[in-house]
Unconditional design. Sequence first.
Length: 646
Amino acid sequence: MPFVYPRPARALLSSVVLSAALSISPPAAAEEPGVAADEEVLELEPIVVTASRVPIAAREVGSAVTVIDRAELESRQIRVVSDALRSVPGVAVGRTGSAGGVTQLRLRGSEANQTLVLIDGIEVNDPASGSEFDFSRLLAADIERIEVLRGPQSALYGSDAIGGVVNIVTRKGEGPLRVTAAAEGGSRGTAAGNLSAGAGGESYDWFASVAGLTTDGFSSAAEWRGNPEADGYRNGTAFAKFGWSPLENLRLDLVGRLTDFNAESDGFVGGAGAVDADEASDGRQLFGRAQATLDLAEGRWRQVFGVSRSRQDYDYLSGDVVGSSYVGDKTKLDWQNTLTAETAAILPATHRLTLALEHEEDAARIASSWSSFDRSIGQTGLVGEYGLGLVDDLFLSASLRHDINDLFGDVTTWRATAAYTVEATGTKLRASYGTGVKNPTLFELYGYTDTYRGNPDLRPERATGFDIGFDQPLFDDRLLVEATVFDQRITDLIQGTGATSVNLAGTSPIQGIELGLTLAPIDDLTIRAAYTFLDGEDAAGAELIRRPAHTASLDVGYQFKDGRGSLNLGVVYNGAAKDWAYDAVYNRTEVELDPYWLVNLAGSWKLNDNAEIYARIDNLFDERYEEVFTYGGSGRTAIAGLKVSF
């Protein structure tokens, strides 16, 4: 369900989306030339990249997609990407404690390692850490756009995409050189800042930034359970992106991202759960991608060649002693061709054919006093998608993928989508159906901790899923109502038993409803609301853990004094959910996590064209909550800061 702003904001959003699509993952067509001041400015159509691996108009997308842009991130004063994702329909976020705690994201009831995460086209799921991506390390300072594509997407993206795809696109340089700096501080010893610079011309663009966050934090183990010791967090991130067009039809892109962090944490004891302890993790993440884009046949034939690399190193410490070290490596080569054409002789139609070939190697190296592990798995994927547009109202797509894996049998997955716009009412009807596969992780297969035994006989998880929905604009596009019904079935679901993992015999059903509302009653006020109902069980009929049946969010943004001032109110509701508790020998029992409300308040004031002051209060009412059993969430935090640009 593509997130579409009401008309007053749509032109601005469209220009942001088009510029984002020009960056890596993957580039869009060239921007339209500028227009003179006395010419009519056309309202450009929103673009979605993730739904078909190439940029397409939002009205062509038959899958459920939510888009968050930089304007929303800045209005809400988001500092960690996972906090923005809490307001997305179908998303459940779980964090072990306060800032820096391991942060998992689950889409439509799928597991955290069943969602593929991309940053500028780089797959960042960590092979050494259960094939998940830990969102606690990802700062939002340089993020331009986030797309959340829901439902089985293995036909486009292979394993890890049973629940969907989170695609994150970073900023790119535009126009004359611009430098921006921001610094903030507040309660619990919290301080953060960033410095960025960028520029762009007809044949080049570049953008670079550094950002940092430090906080004394709260106890990872819930304070109200008798754990008073605070656990701090430090994060430093450097990022750079370069683009150059040596020829009119050739573009070269290079992007790199380095994060260095230290997260204090607590121990886990069977029978007690999380307890105060002198433990921590030191880590480094390095992500990079090089890409060449060649346009032929007047832009109707586009070829993209790319190589990506991600490396994630973690040292786990008890006191000052490193107890174990994890290194996860992922290297990927890809080549994608897209052909577009129009026919008019028989029936007005547009055609799009995308063919892709990719190969990736996943490796994990573990060193500890109880384990020494070094293994890699390779996989080659062949992808094809055909998109058909009829009479500018009906859009169909069909995708097919065949994966060849070093360890598991070959597998073929597919997906079909349809989108139709009723011209008279503006109603968009959409539907999608897809299949998915998730290969067992290296940890599940072989195990490399002192309390877990791997199971090399595990089978890949299989999934089928569909969704049906509509988007209805009303009142001259000032109100947008969105609704989606989804159903997903996972066969051979892999589930931990405490000491190992097994495939559950049978099918695990997950179904639910996603609702969204966007309202702009006046030009300076925007109200967004979302609600998700989720009913998910494993094959034995037990409720899936850490997936609340009810989640909701409300975001109210208001600008005043001709845009000099802004206020934002954010509310997140998580309903009751199930989790597991473990006894002294790691046998598990089911427990319930209480529902909770989080209220955040933010405001800013522009001193002039180059300077802005801002402040916010997170968890305004100091709500006590747990997203993982015995791990406490962050309490009330107040922050104030200054931002300057020149």
